[in-house]
Design a protein around this ligand. Structure first.
Ligand code: UT7
Length: 394
């Protein structure tokens, strides 16, 4: 029996606080006119509460996607979070999301391919599904890049926004769904868009903080040139790989970085009709991995996709990386019965309670075990250390 992977759920979430170009003009030497004409961005959403982070945005988008699919979190076999601004270097943000959803059957990992990460994640999900390793996979793109930009650097702080988008991909027997993908990388351009410090190469120190090495650094012009080339090439390639032509594609959803990049790549180079390219970056800015799933959610809600339509997702980003995927849109899931909606609503507080119980149990167990072990092994090692210390001194 052939297996196909279809998108069966989608959802998005952006933080409440809106920052306009005029707001930014108050903190750096820029203007609404410059930002609009050079990027197409008018405003972006930014986290402004201390308890908001990439995982909290991801969880809100994930719940919306589960609602849309009519699935409980326990249906998920895998959660992939594509992000460049994870909650921590480790554990994976995906594990925090898995716990918050109460997706107790799911594996979870983060994927780092910058703005191309969401499409990379879709390709990984497709691989897991068609190989039979998973039936239902959630792919999330989530970012709080506002926590990583230097708010005094006008070259970068005007570009990015925070947000999250999620989809659920599921095994189906009907042909369609994920048809082809193109994934690429060119690490020789790694220095063009980077966050230099905080990893093993340049660990955090007073010096790195003083130099601002924990902020995003970018050679905007070089990234621009790269983006306009690869977006067109990757789109052309993925359409050919699926055995289609550009005329068969009803909608292109490009990574929402800059309207000039979208204009000069898919629209001018491919001569693709502008009205069949989805753009919403004017309201969100560049939300990196979240930009494509946020755009997809809005496209579906605006009725821009019908069953049977072919849609191309195409992105580029730090690495350098690029990625494109071609999907044949399927039938929407029937709306959830009310009792199921209520049951799922009840599930989240219940799973939070279970998670708190597991934490408590672990703590009690560790405290109990800790005292027992200390009384035997630690005493022995303490004796050994004291003996060695005495010998060294004598
Ligand atoms: O997801 C991937 C993330 N990265 C990207 O997508 C970035 C891709 N690159 C771009 O989108 C564009 O290169 C930018 C929007 C970043 C910059 O646009 P540009 O047309 O390439 O401008 P530029 O870097 O060539 O700068 C032109 C001028 C410079 O002044 P001088 O040297 O000509 O006097 C900049 O200093 O604009 C100046 N400038 C600004 N002026 C007002 C740069 N940023 C700003 C600003 N406001 N925010």
């Amino acid at each position: 029996m052939a297996r196909y992977s279809h998108i069966v759920g989608w959802g998005m979430y952006v933080p409440e606080r809106v920052v306009t170009n005029d707001d930014l003009a108050k903190i750096v030497d820029t203007s609404d006119e410059w930002i609009r004409t050079r990027t197409g961005i008018r405003e972006r959403h930014i986290v402004d509460k201390p308890n908001e982070s990439t995982s909290t945005l991801a969880v809100r988008a994930a719940r919306a996607a589960l609602d849309k699919a009519g699935l409980p979190p326990s249906a998920l076999d895998m959660i992939i979070v594509a992000t460049s601004s994870p909650d921590h270097l480790f554990p994976a943000t995906a594990c925090i999301v898995q716990d918050a959803l109460g997706a107790t059957r799911a594996g979870a990992y983060d994927l780092s391919a910058a703005c191309s990460g969401f499409v990379y994640g879709m390709a990984m999900a497709h691989g897991l599904i068609v190989s039979g390793q998973a039936d239902t996979v959630m792919v999330i793109g989530a970012e709080t890049l506002s926590r990583l930009v230097d708010w005094s650097d006008r070259n970068t702080c005007v570009l990015f926004g925070d947000g999250a988008g999620a989809i659920i991909m599921q095994a189906r027997e009907e042909p369609g769904g994920f048809l082809a993908s193109v994934l690429g990388a060119d690490g020789s351009g790694a220095n063009l868009l980077t966050l230099p410090a905080g990893g093993s190469k340049l660990p955090a120190s007073v010096e790195t903080v003083r130099n601002g090495d924990h902020y995003i650094k970018m050679d905007g012009r070089a990234v621009f040139r790269f983006a306009t080339r690869v977006m067109a090439e990757a789109t052309r390639e993925v359409v050919e790989k699926a055995g289609l032509t550009l005329d068969d594609v009803e909608l292109i959803i490009p990574h929402q970085a800059n309207t000039r990049i979208i204009d000069s790549s898919v629209i001018k180079q491919l001569k693709f009709p502008k009205e069949r390219v989805f753009v919403n970056l004017d309201r969100y800015g560049n939300t990196s991995t979240a930009s494509i799933p946020i755009a997809l959610t809005e496209a579906v809600e605006q009725g821009r996709l019908n069953p049977g339509d072919h849609v191309v997702f195409v992105g580029f980003g730090a690495g350098l990386t690029w990625a494109a995927a071609l999907i044949q849109w399927g039938m929407p899931a029937p709306p959830l019965p009310t009792w199921k909606r209520w049951w799922y609503r009840f599930w989240y507080p219940w799973s939070r309670l279970l998670s708190a119980y597991r934490r408590l149990r672990r703590r009690v167990f560790a405290a109990w075990l800790g005292t027992k072990e200390r009384s035997q092994e630690e005493l022995e090692s303490l004796r050994e250390r004291t003996r060695r210390g005495t010998e060294d001194r004598s």
